[in-house]
Design a protein around this ligand. Structure first.
Ligand code: NAD
Length: 314
């Protein structure tokens, strides 16, 4: 790769410098993929361990969000929850966060999973300052973050989306423009609410069959070719040893933690409540995951199987 390749985007224009805030399980591999693609990257995280990993990969480490963004045209964040996003961008009093320090025209992409209402609050504050804000939560988990194959679900203006697309394409394979501010977060929690319902229901159906003498693999194959077919049966069976290379065949390690599923189900319920929408199946899935995460929050969300048969954990 020559210097021109490093500093030039596919369409011949200069690549923007990027500030990346939040280098956890998802953010670190996403940031590494940007570095590999030749973007100039300045990073910030509260954890020194997290920043060291990126420093070794070639990023410059800053000691505040403001310092990370000082030479950047684009800011990307991947933070745990809405309160962290609020605190980074709006600050403690709502006006003394990173947004107040950014020049007009900066593009801000928040990929954290947060409430749509919180995303809209930050977007409104950004818009008043002449800053483009996109909510761009992801689907695909840590495997997708490492492989650069995430799905980005984006809310915000068409112009900002067009600017963000080539950058998101470095970290993801499918990039959807869901609609205006907040639409990315709404679409993401609709998907994850359905996923939680499907996983809990699939575990329940397999358990019913097994308790009535069926082999879990035979039953799974039958349902896979019948009308109960769904994503969990296709690629993520919750019963141990039915499928290779899935968390259920590896002690429910890795994958998508139950506590993150619980978080997303709660975000879905919060959105439903705020908008007077009835989600009884989502509420039931949230109740099941809430009980499950007391002991199994760090295990993959397919471990909801253990609700029916705790021996699957051994
Ligand atoms: P994580 O807890 O591993 O990482 C979060 C990082 O943010 C940590 O390194 C933490 O030190 C840092 N951080 C917290 N507050 C900060 C602040 N004020 N300033 C700078 N850094 C700060 O979380 P994760 O698994 O990487 O998830 C990040 C987001 O992605 C969450 O919103 C999560 O719901 C979403 N998500 C996660 C997955 C997954 O499989 N892990 C999948 C899809 C979406």
């Amino acid at each position: 790769m020559n210097t021109k390749d490093v500093n030039t985007a596919d369409n011949g224009s200069a690549k923007p410098n990027i500030a990346f805030i939040g280098l956890g399980n998802m953010g670190a591999p996403m940031a590494e993929n940007l570095l590999k693609a030749g973007y100039g990257l300045s990073v910030y995280d509260l954890s020194e361990d997290a920043t060291q990993r990126l420093q070794q990969a070639g990023a410059s480490v800053a000691d505040s969000p403001k310092a990370a963004a000082s030479n950047a045209q684009v800011v990307i964040s991947m933070l745990p929850a809405g309160k962290h996003v609020h605190s980074v961008y709006l600050g403690e009093d709502g006006t003394n966060g990173l947004l107040a320090e950014l020049p007009q025209g900066t593009l801000v992409i928040d990929s954290s999973t947060i409430a749509a209402a919180d995303a809209r609050t930050v977007a409104e504050a950004a818009s008043k300052l002449g800053i483009d804000f996109l909510d761009a939560p992801v689907s695909g988990g840590t495997g997708g973050a490492i492989a650069g194959s995430l799905t980005f679900i984006v809310g915000g203006s068409t112009d900002a989306f067009a600017k963000a697309e080539p950058i998101l394409a470095v970290m993801g394979k499918n990039i959807f423009h869901a609609g205006e501010h907040g639409a990315g977060q709404v679409a993401k929690i609709c998907n994850n609410m359905l996923l939680g319902i499907l996983m809990a229901g699939t575990a329940e159906a397999i358990n019913l069959g097994v308790k009535n003498g069926l082999d879990p693999k035979v039953l799974s194959d039958i349902m896979l070719q019948s009308s109960g077919r769904n994503w969990t049966l296709e690629v993520y069976n919750p019963y141990p040893q039915v499928m290779e290379n899935v968390p259920s065949s590896n002690g429910y390690q890795g994958g998508f933690m139950s506590k993150l599923m619980q978080k997303d189900l709660n975000l879905a319920l919060q959105t439903a409540q705020n908008t007077n929408v009835d989600t009884p199946m989502g509420a039931k899935a949230a109740e099941l995951y809430e009980a499950h995460t007391v002991e199994n929050g760090d295990r993959d969300f397919s471990s909801i199987m253990a609700r029916h048969d705790s021996s699957v954990l051994s």
